[in-house]
Design a protein around this ligand. Sequence first.
Ligand code: NOJ
Length: 586
Amino acid sequence: MIESEIERRWWKEAVVYQIYPRSFNDTDGDGVGDLPGIVEKVDYLDDLGIDVVWLNPVYESPNADNGYDVSDYRAIMDEFGGMADWEELLDELHERDMRLIMDLVVNHTSDEHEWFVRSREDDPEYGEFYWWREGVDSGGVEWTSEEGPDGEAPPNGWQSIFGGPAWAYDETREAWYLHLFDRKQPDLHWRNPAVREAIYEMMEWWLEKGIDGFRLDAIAHLGKEEGLPTDLDEPMNGTMKHAGNDPRVHEYLTEMNERVLSRELLTVGEVGTSTVPDEDAHAYLDHERDGLSMLVHFEHVNIDREDSIYEPGEWTLPELKSVLDRWDGLTEEEGWVAQYLSNHDQPRQVSRFGSETYRRESAKLLGTLLHTLRGTPFVYQGEELGMTNYPWTSLSEFEDVATRNPVERAIERGDVESFEEVREAVAAESRDNGRTPVQWTDGENAGFTDGEPWIGINPDKETVNAAAAREDPDSVWHYYRELISLRSDDEVGDLIVYGEYEQLTPEHESLWIYTRTFEGERLLVALNFSDGRTTIDLPTNAVDAGATADLLLANYAIEGAVTAVGDLADLVLRPWEARVYHVDAE
Ligand code: NOJ
């Protein structure tokens, strides 16, 4: 790739750090993280080298889905503080040249949002703000929901993404409303121009406050099919097909782009891949049209997912490689992706894709992967410490609706006898793994709160915590710091951000070797995804065997930092060993 072909953008060169405020740092002792708690840690983020903070929702919310059920877009949730705290956070970040992006949750609101309260009363202004429909005659179809008038079934059989019917009956309006997520999250009716207007105004309000962009939640679901099919047996994937990715979504995004997004913002669209097939991904990746800088897709984090959270899943390295390789291909000409393996909706990456036995090594290896693939790395809070999954023992320890709902329903239905029967799978897959508090110290409650934490704290805080990590030069934290700094390095920065990616070992079960190439410079990355030793198997024609390979970074101590590429073949990599070489490719 030559210089003139690359499209330089600040957000491609940035590293994003995701903060889940509930679990970040609590300053008032109520057991819930807050905005002053984030302000307290701004220097921590700066020391790590972060460029952008993405804040999960902090708006007023009854918290049915931890803030993804917004009851007032222009107010801050009491538990998190007030608007003055938010403004202070923005100032502190900007003062250190860090930027802030907000979570934009506009597929749905809370049922406690004023719009919904008025909509259920059929207020002339808000009556059509949501998807209201009449029920249908259940006509002998066995309908399991107990709500709604006798003999009446919901408009169709769509299932909510969190389990159970996607329709709830409202006694006040005497009609059914659509909720693709929890019943306390009614879907906004995007076909109504008044809804769109209200959203753009709200976005403009935040932009005027000085934010640097948005992460757009569940964005493909804004477009829903015409005439809602009325098949009561419509299965879950049918729901996803009809209630997402309708071409209208691009009309809305284009309009949103023209109205509010067309400035130098970072806009990250969250696009579930069961909703958006490959051939449609391009439409979302067209930055000029839809205004999205990059996509967060789910395909790689779905490779070990079965239909429900209580079915154990498996993944293989060739599968992971093939998904991420395909996305690199999809974005080769146009578009950009967020590179991540964990967030607040996913288990901890070390426990899932790495190895708890080789926690430190595998945490560093996974970080190496995310920071040397093409795309913008997203670091999820605690990832830089190598945090692991929580040792869950009972269903009551979970807080997440998307964990509890399906398991409780499966027990009710008799599909599952008890939590114990499915404990292992649920414990491995629950989103709550990513939501246990950041471990700052080995002290009480890991230094997260002086009160009673809202969710369990991982007992491994004794060894896995920020204070210990910062003192130990060999920690995951220091390694992340180095990885992050490479992105703005004079010598290799462009190569890491813009270099073309080439996979060298697509089928190998435990090795992932790839190159990144930019203007005669090349990176060679070798990763051993296993608890055992693996011999490097380098295709002879892949890189010039005589070229000099300069060790840039490694997660084990290595003697002899400079070698010839040819000497790397037959080299034995230790468990979860990661090496990054800078090769002179001329
Ligand atoms: C995706 C968010 O990341 C998740 O946490 C939330 O539950 C759903 N969207 C619904 O807003």
